[in-house]
Each structure stands twice: as C-alpha cells, then as structure tokens.
Design a protein around this ligand. Structure first.
Ligand SMILES: O=c1[nH]c(=O)c2[nH]c(=O)[nH]c2[nH]1
Length: 294
C-alpha cells in the first residue's frame, strides 16, 4: 500500500441558520445568522484509525450553535463567534482551535414597528473568528453591496497589443458588487459601530474621486479605512467590474452620449486587492479558508 500522511484538517457543521429574537422588552430586536463551526486539533485517529473518541459530532456542534445563541444572545456576530470559539477550545482538551464564520442578513423595522421587520437586501455582513490556541483573529466584512457611478470614471493608458480592441474612455459607468473583509488587530472592538463606519467610509470614498481604474478605487477605499481605524490592520476586496457598454445605436440613427448601456453580466473583470498597514504583521493563516480573496 502507498504510504500517505494526513495533512491539515478541519470539520464541523456548515450553514446553521440561527435567528435570535431578543424579547427583553416589547421592542424586539433580531439577529439572523448563517453560522459555520469547524474544529481543528488532534483529530488524527478519527481519520487514520476510525477512532471517534475525539470526534465532537457535527450534530453536537450544530446544537451548541443554537444553545449558545439562546444562552448568551447574539450581541454582534463577532462576539457570538468568539463565544463559540471559547466554548469549543475550553470544553475539549484536544480542540486547539478552529474557525467560526457567519453570514448575517439584516432586518430593518417596518415603519419603526416594535416587532415587524423587512429584510434589508443591501448587503450580507460577514464575520470570521479564527482560534489558534489562545490567539483569536477576528475578520469582519460584507458582500453584495452593489454600487454604480454614472460618470467620474475612465480607463486609459493601458498597454495595446494585437489582441486589444477596448477603446480608451475618460467617461464611463463604473459599477461593482463590493465584497470586502478586514482584519482587526485587537478584540476590544465595538463591532457593530466599526462595521457601520467602515461601510460608510467605503461608500464615501467610492463617490469622492475620479476613478482611473477600479484597482485605484479599491486602494483608496482600503487606505481610507486603515487611516480611520487604528484597530484594523488589513483589508481585502474582491470586486467584479460590472461592465456597462454604451450601446451603438448607429443602426437606427440615434445618438448615444453615454446614456443607454448594455449591462453585461459576464464575463466580468475581477479585481482583488489587499491593503495592509505598513509594518503590521502579516496574518496569512487567519485568511485560510476564506474563499474568493487574494
Ligand atoms: O477599472 C478597470 N480595470 C481594469 O483592469 C480593466 N480592464 C478592462 O478591460 N477594463 C478595466 N477597467
């Protein structure tokens, strides 16, 4: 038989959909999270000998996700994931760490109602807590925040070769679905407040300059976030360039001054960038398993 060795492993229950209503007063609040729990540690024998003595069942992990939501409430996704991390690493000696992740769907009050809500489809908030021994890394973010500017964007000066057909333009539509994740350098954070502020900095920055490339705009957004938030060391973006092609209406004699566009859904440019505070330590391991970012 060929000799093999077991490499990295992690396992758990993916996408537990938890909706925690806080009914402390008649004015209810709620947090709606899809939570994935994955454990790391000494699980070799489970894989190599079918010995499940250390194998905390994924079903138990699922139950724990709901039980700790009930017991501690969900104040913020990040704090709640931290509670899960602390629980699993302290309850089982052989669990040395893990990865707890959540996608949060926001709900807004209908007409300021006390207990009726409408789901906000703007963006999905994301959170990840990675535990490695006593060390905790918190990475927050969002995805699916679609933005567009109808002018103040262009793309010129790129190399031309025998395959280049793209005309230069100094006035185009720029649109993207922003997906971003940022890494904190501390866990002493008001996560909800930081989230709202980072989102508003990113949106403000999108508006405040002439964009010479989506790459430049991502860099400026990242720089602005890191400048305003000393507790954030690193931010990543993964953003499609949602092309809007000015439709050639010459066939029917209509002029088209950047007014009518064909919004192509594919292919799309895919622009990814990492912006890090100078001199901040890299933390590549914390990003392991976060798909879709460079
Ligand atoms: O902002 C852009 N960046 C690019 O890299 C690129 N490439 C392209 O064809 N259009 C654009 N736009």
């Amino acid at each position: 038989m060929t000799n093999v060795v077991l490499g990295k492993t992690q396992y758990g229950k993916a996408e537990n959909h938890v909706v925690r209503v806080n009914r402390t007063t008649d004015r209810h609040t709620l947090r709606d999270l899809v939570v994935t729990s994955q454990l790391r540690g000494d699980f070799d024998a489970v894989h190599t000998h079918g010995d499940n003595a250390h194998c905390v069942a994924t079903d138990t992990q699922k139950n724990t996700v709901f039980a700790l939501a009930q017991k501690h409430d969900i104040t913020t996704p990040e704090d709640y994931l931290g509670i899960l991390a602390d629980h699993f690493t302290s309850e089982f000696d052989w669990v040395s760490g893990g990865r707890w992740a959540a996608d949060e769907h926001a709900w807004a009050r209908i007409n300021d109602h006390d207990h009726c809500f409408v789901q906000n489809k703007d963006e999905i908030r994301t959170a990840v807590v990675v535990a490695d021994g006593d060390q905790r890394t918190v990475i927050s973010g969002f995805k699916g925040l679609t933005v567009l500017k109808s002018t103040e964007s262009g793309f010129v000066g790129y190399p031309k070769d025998q395959y280049t057909t793209l005309p230069e333009t100094e006035d185009r539509v720029l649109s993207t679905d922003i997906a971003t994740r940022w890494r904190y350098n501390t866990d002493d954070v008001d996560y909800d407040a930081a989230y709202e502020d980072v989102k508003s900095i990113i949106l403000d920055k999108f508006t405040d300059h002439y964009s010479r490339a989506l790459q430049e705009t991502l860099y400026l957004m990242g720089q602005a976030v890191i400048e305003a938030h000393p507790e954030i060391d690193e931010i990543k973006f993964s953003c499609p360039n949602k092309h809007h092609f000015v439709y050639d209406l010459g066939f029917c004699g209509e002029s088209n001054n950047n007014e009518t566009h064909y919004a192509a859904d594919r292919p799309y440019g895919l622009i990814e960038a990492t912006i890090r505070r100078e001199d901040a330590p890299e933390a590549e391991a914390a990003w392991d398993g976060i798909a879709g970012f460079c």
